[in-house]
Design a protein. Structure first.
Length: 261
């Protein structure tokens, strides 16, 4: 049985004796694991999000129509590259939805009309090339605002953005961060209340590294409430096109079925 004690999730009467393994194998009702991974191949002297698209993600403030399109005709339902993509997104009520979309090359395909936040997208069917031939983007609005990119040669969006769904609490338990050789990088974790108009991002944690990769557990789990956006940003004091990557690990608690006692 899972319990929360002094702000940290614990487990009692578990024959495996390992809390995280128990969560990963579904032995504790209401708790699931989640890893969020992102990279940015070109961090310079400006603070920006860690995601393949680069720059700063701009999320909508109300439900929008989400579209998907590639720069290559090979990314098509009958093509040799990515044929179908599964999109995980949150709607206007911050509820999780999954949509499988067949691509149409360089022609835009509608994914959803109630889109509010992208969680992830990944290929579920590919041709002989095995991965994306072009850049596959997910976008919304008249100005085609990009919220995720499956880059050529890959099969998934790699972005450190995540929004805690309605009825859930996220517990960030640890992370690994890395930078390329010669990279002097400052990382920061930020969060905000996505359900409150004009709510600012607040820095929750930060770390600096130099041409290194490290993994760390948090001494106490970092708690993020439902309907909150999470993002990781990075900055290089050297302004020298540094590649960075981040993975952070979470436990999601379903507050509708998990007894907090």
């Amino acid at each position: 049985m899972g319990r929360e004690i002094d702000g940290k999730l614990r487990v009692a009467n578990d024959s495996w004796g390992d809390f995280r393994f128990s969560v990963a194998t579904g032995k504790i009702a209401g708790l699931t694991q989640r890893e969020v991974y992102g990279d940015n191949p070109d961090i310079n002297g400006t603070l920006e999000d860690v995601w393949q698209t680069g720059g700063t993600l701009v999320n909508p403030t109300s439900a929008q129509t989400l579209r998907i399109v590639s720069t290559s005709a090979e990314d098509d339902s009958t093509g040799n590259a990515v044929r179908e993509v599964r999109v995980e997104y949150l709607d206007a009520d911050f509820e999780t939805n999954f949509v499988d979309v067949q691509l149409d090359g360089t022609s835009k395909v509608q994914v959803a009309t109630d889109f509010l936040r992208l969680q992830q997208a990944y290929a579920t069917n590919v041709g002989s090339l095995g991965d994306a031939e072009g850049a596959i983007t997910l976008e919304y609005g008249a100005s085609n605002v990009v919220v995720g990119t499956i880059t050529a040669g890959s099969n998934e969006t790699r972005r450190t953005h995540f929004t805690v769904p309605d009825g859930y609490t996220a517990y960030i338990v640890g992370a690994n961060v890395s930078s390329s050789k010669g990279g002097d990088i400052y990382f920061q974790l930020e969060y905000r209340d996505a359900a409150t108009p004009n709510a600012p991002f607040i820095v929750g944690n930060e770390i600096s590294i130099y041409e290194n990769g490290i993994y760390f557990d948090l001494p106490t789990y970092y708690v993020v409430p439902e309907k909150y956006d999470i993002r990781i940003r990075a900055y290089s004091g050297q302004s020298s096109n540094i590649a960075v990557s981040v993975t952070y690990h979470m436990i999601l608690r379903n507050n509708r079925i998990y007894a907090n006692n």
